[in-house]
Ligand binder design. Structure first.
Ligand SMILES: NC(=O)C1=CN([C@@H]2O[C@H](COP(=O)(O)OP(=O)(O)OC[C@H]3O[C@@H](n4cnc5c(N)ncnc54)[C@H](OP(=O)(O)O)[C@@H]3O)[C@@H](O)[C@H]2O)C=CC1
Ligand SMILES: CC(=O)[C@@H](O)[C@H](O)COP(=O)(O)O
Ligand SMILES: [Mn+2]
Length: 382
């Protein structure tokens, strides 16, 4: 029986993680659970899974939970509570399904506590990949990808040596606006941006897919998860999201991972690897129904966020933390209707232009670059 701590339980990845746990009660047990503000979803999860520790974003939500729950367990809140939920008890695995850089501290603390990490929270690896990977090596814990592309690559690699790999090929759907020109992007709405063609995900990552920043963050995530130089990471436009990613070997062979766009597949694999379990429910891929798969070379002028992410990744040091922090703030401003879609990339570009990266930064230097980038983006509003 694998014991699991889950942070971000009420989000898209969190809910699907609980679905996997629910469908294999003989394999998985939920120990601790953390969510933010979604009380309705959270209280149902608490009553169903009866975790031994709960954490929420604030004191007022914690009060509501304590009043409503029908058994006794500690209910913590805030950043401290989030960390406590991540490191709780003798869980074997932390599933990090929170959105954004807030996932960094619980990840580091869980690594120190010797927990393997199933990581959906890509912002953590983008912000401080060098620290997270170094600490996981030091403490002998595994970083198991949940992101569909990285799970696909992990499954293709199957432990193969880096030396035999010539390229990791990340596929990109193109997001909600893939067929629009840059001119047409000037007036797109939040509502339209939130309509991803293939995946049903949280709001922030759906906007990241539309700007192609998601793929940029994934390039940096791949660099850290697979210890690959940027020269060996490529992105290919593939509008069907059927091939989740590929690995090209030095002899020219390419291995690809295919499946329906269903995040329960990589989530379940991250929980059970190296074993595979039945996927209960969900469609099987019927290639005769799909008919044809399409591929296009990436246009870096059209998708400038992807270009910026490659540049920030290559610059290294604190640059990826600034890219991520500026993007988190810009996306939330867009979702609040305060800036236009194209201003997301303009704001991120400005934050990167005004930042001089520090190489091999400490955690404090990373967090201070992150904080400064968040404040500077707000000043671009006026
Ligand atoms: N969705 C997907 O299919 C994929 C997502 N990812 C990555 O996984 C991560 C999660 O994405 P997704 O599930 O879409 O995001 P969602 O926005 O759907 O969910 C985010 C979760 O984090 C919780 N949360 C937010 N703030 C806090 C806080 N202060 N304390 C505790 N919990 C908090 C939210 O709680 P609440 O809602 O209760 O406030 C929610 O449970 C992201 O990094 C994303 O890039 C990667 C691949 C695919
Ligand atoms: C499901 C998942 O992993 C997302 O990151 C997805 O890949 C988004 O798709 P695109 O960024 O390719 O549009
Ligand atoms: Mn992905």
């Amino acid at each position: 029986m694998k014991k699991i701590n889950l942070i971000g339980s009420t989000g898209s990845i969190g809910i699907q993680t609980l679905d996997v746990i629910r469908s294999h009660p003989e394999k998985f047990k939920l120990e601790a659970l953390s969510f933010g503000r979604n009380f309705e979803e959270g209280i149902q999860q608490i009553e169903e899974f009866k975790p031994a520790l709960i954490s929420v974003s604030s004191d007022d939500i914690a009060g509501k939970v304590k009043k409503e729950m029908t058994y006794t367990a500690p209910v913590l809140y805030g950043q401290e509570g989030l960390v406590e939920a991540a490191v709780y008890g003798d869980a074997d695995l932390l599933v990090n399904a929170v959105m954004g850089r807030i996932g960094l501290e619980p990840t580091l603390k869980a690594i120190e506590a010797g927990k393997n990490i199933a990581i959906a929270n890509k912002e953590t690896l983008v912000t401080a990949g060098h620290i997270v990977t170094e600490m996981s090596r030091k403490h002998g814990v595994k970083l198991i990808p949940v992101d569909s592309e990285h799970s696909a690559i992990d499954q293709c690699l199957h432990g193969d040596s880096e030396k035999e790999v010539s390229k990791l090929i990340l596929t990109a759907s193109g997001g909600s606006f893939r067929d629009l020109s840059r001119k047409e992007l000037e007036n797109v709405t939040v509502k339209d941006a939130l309509k991803h063609p293939n995946w049903n995900m949280g709001a922030k990552i759906t906007i990241d897919s539309a700007t192609m920043m998601n793929k940029g963050l994934e390039v940096i995530e791949a660099k850290w998860l697979f210890n690959m130089p940027y020269e060996k990471i490529d992105v290919l436009l593939h509008k069907e999201s059927i091939i989740h990613s590929m690995v090209e070997y030095i002899d020219g062979s390419i291995l690809a991972h295919l499946g329906t766009p269903d995040m329960r597949v990589p989530i379940q694999y991250a929980l059970s690897e190296p074993d595979r379990l039945d996927l209960k429910g969900g469609d099987r891929l019927k290639l005769w129904e799909v008919g044809a798969l399409h591929f296009e070379k990436m246009d870096y002028d059209r998708f400038r966020c992807l270009k910026m992410a490659f540049e920030a990744g290559r610059a290294g040091g604190t640059a990826p933390a600034v890219l991520n922090a500026a993007n988190e703030v810009a996306v939330s401003l867009f979702l609040e209707g305060k800036i236009s879609f194209l201003e997301i990339e303009t704001f991120v570009e400005k934050a990167l232009d005004s930042h001089t990266p520090i190489s091999n930064p400490s955690l404090e230097e990373v967090l201070s670059a992150d904080k400064a980038a968040r404040s500077s983006v707000l000043t671009y509003l006026n």
